[in-house]
Ligand binder design. Structure first.
Ligand code: FES
Length: 366
């Protein structure tokens, strides 16, 4: 981030002579202190805007929310009982687990309730996220740190051309959709939901959705087979905004079906990173050791770095959590994130999970 230079000495007068008047020096000192304070504040605001606020929280409730017991909802409150930061449907938080791992989870409680946050986590035994730790090592009373909330999946109810909403959720992808469904219902916007999963037992929050009757269609692989795009978009017509969250093949199928549709909006949140489709190979040189790491055209810089440095930090792999940020010392990064500020880019910061290189290589501060 660029620094704002603060004058530290009393400046000369208009004629270039240094001033010695004590009153002037006191006033200059006060003005200098005020400038330094507001510069620090500006930098802090920029940092907060990009990172979200980091604050302590404590686990106050845990509840199984799927019949197969593989999904647990976890509630967090402020240790002092105070109000938590505001959020909107579609928002997520970064959860810093006691192990130091950072994972992102959609908020699925009530945005109007400032006293608590709720997330829901499916246990993924072989996954790279923190789901096992959330299930096995996050009892009630555990102190954690949260960062955010941030929103990579904003909900706009209806737009200028849309009058109704259609939601598509796959499994644990119901978490952001649940808050949108509630918001649509409160706003009395016509909506429908197709909710898919392997089995009914694997679908979280079925009891909360039961209140909405036949506006919710449940499709499970064991009862209905793998759904086609037409099943997921049944009844969707011109003037509809579609919000989709679930496994990548499901989201891709819905997007493909809507690519040529007229008058239908599409909004989605992915579970996994998009494949690299327009990359060129380049080399990353680690400044501390001189080691050179080749990045293939179809892989991310982060993937290549992890081969050589398995402990390199990362989390979302989609360019929004900032965990994988690097400082580039030489070369021209091809920034493909949307979260770093222009000042951070100018300062050499880049996100290894999405950004690439204009040219043959980068030297990074590792
Ligand atoms: S891992 Fe989240 S921004 Fe790169």
């Amino acid at each position: 981030m660029s620094r704002i230079e603060i004058p530290v000495a009393v400046p000369p007068d208009l004629y270039g002579k240094h001033r010695h008047d004590p009153t002037t020096r006191v006033l200059d000192a006060v003005a200098t202190a005020k400038m330094a304070w507001s510069a620090r504040l500006s930098r802090k605001r920029l940092d907060l805007a990009a990172n979200g606020i980091r604050f302590p929280a404590v686990v106050t409730a845990r509840t199984p929310v799927a019949a197969d017991d593989d999904v647990v909802s976890v509630t967090f409150e402020s240790p002092d009982g105070g109000a938590l930061p505001l959020w909107q449907p579609g928002a997520h938080i970064d959860l810093e687990l006691p192990s130091g791992r950072v994972s992102q989870y959609s908020l699925c409680g009530d945005p109007a309730d400032r006293s608590r946050y709720r997330i829901a986590v499916r246990r993924i035994p072989d996954g790279s996220g923190g789901s096992v730790e959330v299930h096995d090592a996050l009892p009630i009373g555990t102190q954690v740190a949260l960062r955010g909330p941030r929103n990579a999946f904003p909900f706009a109810a209806t737009g200028s051309t849309t009058r109704r909403l259609h939601f598509v959720a796959g499994g644990i992808g119901i978490t952001p959709i649940l808050t949108m469904v509630r918001a649509a219902d409160r706003l009395a916007v016509p909506w429908t939901l197709v909710y898919c999963g392997r089995t009914r037992a694997a679908l979280p929050f079925r009891d909360e959705l039961a209140a909405y009757g036949d506006r919710v269609t449940i499709r499970t692989d064991d009862e209905h087979g793998i759904p086609a795009a037409a099943d997921l978009l049944a009844g969707v017509e011109r003037g509809t905004a579609v919000y989709c969250c679930g496994p990548t093949p499901m989201t891709a199928a819905v997007l493909d079906a809507l690519r040529t549709a007229d008058g239908i909006e599409f909004h989605s949140e992915r579970f996994s990173p998009a494949p690299v489709v327009d990359g060129s190979p380049f080399t990353v040189t680690l400044a501390a050791t001189g080691e050179q790491i080749d990045v293939a055209a179809d892989e991310t810089m982060l993937t290549a770095l992890l081969r050589a440095r398995p402990n390199q930090p990362y989390s979302c792999r989609q360019g929004f959590c900032r965990t994988c940020v690097l400082r580039v010392l030489d070369g021209h990064p091809d920034h493909r994130d949307t979260v770093l500020t222009p000042e951070e880019h100018a300062d050499g910061r880049t996100l290894a999970c999405v950004s690439r290189c204009h040219g043959d290589g980068l030297v990074v501060d590792l």
